[in-house]
Structure formats: structure tokens, C-alpha cells
Write a protein that binds this ligand. Structure first.
Ligand SMILES: C[S@@+](CC[C@H](N)C(=O)[O-])C[C@H]1O[C@@H](n2cnc3c(N)ncnc32)[C@H](O)[C@@H]1O
Length: 228
């Protein structure tokens, strides 16, 4: 340890540690790197999960033997590829996306990555596409990562559509600490606060929140298991 330890609040240091760990425990490969490059070339915002978070989703899905996965918020398909790669033969990922252009780019990326046949992208506002999933086989895993304003409603749908023992993961729940400010002006942050209020009353899910720092800055995840 050097005599002057680096500033622990430095985003550059968080990113450097992510880079160090990703080099030690590869969190990417040419197909995933190509997707990130294709998304950047298409002008998509860089709001997909970090490589190590994509790998965490993949590990969680494999851990519970997920056969049916639901994602709310596809963007260019980066997290979808990590999740689809966790599926066994015959498994399926349904990913919901509002923007037709994002869905189109994601479809191309999924096919390039060799998982196109495992993923169905449904285009439209998720609050309209979610009810259409009712009455089908339950999901094992739901990843919520779309418009944060609707997260409380997505939480309810995720629990309704998931089997007991299944997992619900929600991204971006810390928002650089903004989540603790009741008067925060950002609607996404207010949506995240409503998500936590709903979660606090929720008996159908046992959940915890984790802060994260890294290449995507300071944020966090909620991970919960659906009760019987
Ligand atoms: C954070 S990005 C998803 C990133 C992706 N999960 C990943 O990590 O690769 C959020 C996506 O949700 C989409 N979205 C926003 N509002 C939506 C809505 N009402 N219904 C469905 N998708 C929505 C956005 O167009 C955007 O593509």
C-alpha cells in the first residue's frame, strides 16, 4: 500500500479498478465488444450495464437455472446478450423496448452474437406489452432497466409474472446518491423513490439494495427473490 492511498471517491479510480478486474476475470469477448462498438456507432446512449454487471446478471440467471427471462428495456441488446447466454437449450428471453430503432439495432446485435433465436423483442411502451405476457408460462428472472418513472409499476408486473423462487433485479436505484433526496428534481429519481416505497410494502418479494461504483459511476441494484 502506498503512503498516500488514492481518493476513494474518485470515479477515475472506480473505473480503473473495474478495468483491473475485467482484465483479471474477462467480462467481455469480441462479440460483446462488437455490440458496444455497434451501439456507439449507431449513436445509442451509453446507458447499458457495465460488462461486470452484465456478467453478474448472467451468473444470477445461471444460478437459478433460469429458462424464461424477461427484460424491461432492451436498448442495443447488450444486457440481453449476457442474459440469453445464460439460457439452456430451449430457453427464452423476452425483452421489451419502447423505441423501434433501439429494437432494430438490438435485433441485429443479437443475431451477430448468435443468440437471435433465443430472444424475442416486443416493441411498445412496457406498460402496454407487459399485460400481454399474463397467462403465459411464468418467468424465472426479470431484469428491470427501462424508464425509471414506471419502476413501481414494473415491480408489480415483475412479481406477478415470476414464479416463486424467481429473481427480480432492478438497475440504477442509487442515481449518484440522489435517491435519498425527497425533493430531487429529476423524474427518474422520483420514480426510483416510488419504487422503494412500493418495495417497502411488498410482501411478495424479499429484496435488498446494493450500491455499486465503477466504470458507470455511482449507482446500485435491487435484487429480490419472489416468495411463494
Ligand atoms: C437503460 S436502457 C436499457 C439498457 C439495457 N438493459 C442494457 O443494459 O443493455 C433503457 C431502455 O429502455 C427503453 N424504454 C424507455 N421507456 C420505455 C418504456 N416505457 N417501455 C419500454 N422500454 C422503454 C429505452 O428506449 C432504452 O432503450
Amino acid at each position: 500500500m502506498s503512503q498516500n492511498p488514492p481518493d476513494q471517491t474518485s470515479p477515475e479510480l472506480w473505473a480503473a479498478v473495474d478495468a483491473y478486474m475485467s482484465a483479471a476475470l474477462p467480462d467481455s469477448d469480441p462479440a460483446l465488444a462488437a455490440v458496444q462498438a455497434a451501439n456507439a456507432a449507431a449513436g445509442l446512449p451509453s446507458i447499458d450495464v457495465a460488462p461486470n454487471q452484465g456478467k453478474l446478471l448472467h451468473i444470477l440467471a445461471r444460478l437459478i437455472g433460469a429458462r424464461r427471462i424477461l427484460e424491461i428495456g432492451t436498448l442495443g441488446g447488450y444486457s440481453a446478450i449476457w442474459l440469453a447466454r445464460a439460457l439452456p437449450p430451449g430457453g427464452k428471453l423476452v425483452s421489451l423496448e419502447f423505441q423501434p430503432r433501439h429494437a432494430e439495432i438490438a435485433q441485429q446485435n443479437l443475431e451477430t452474437a448468435g443468440v437471435g433465436d433465443l430472444v424475442e423483442i416486443r416493441v411498445g411502451p412496457a406498460l402496454e406489452t407487459l399485460p400481454k405476457l399474463e397467462g403465459h408460462e411464468a418467468f424465472d428472472f426479470v431484469f428491470i432497466d427501462a424508464d425509471k418513472e414506471s419502476n413501481a409499476a414494473y415491480l408489480d408486473w415483475a412479481i406477478r409474472l415470476t414464479r416463486p423462487g424467481g429473481l427480480v433485479v432492478c438497475d440504477n436505484v442509487v442515481r449518484r446518491g440522489g435517491v435519498i433526496d425527497p425533493d430531487h428534481p429529476n423524474t427518474a429519481t422520483q420514480g426510483t423513490r416510488r419504487f422503494f416505497e412500493a418495495l417497502a410494502k411488498e410482501k411478495r418479494l424479499t429484496a435488498t439494495g446494493l450500491q455499486t461504483v465503477g466504470v458507470k459511476g455511482w449507482d446500485g441494484l435491487v435484487i429480490g427473490i419472489v416468495e411463494a
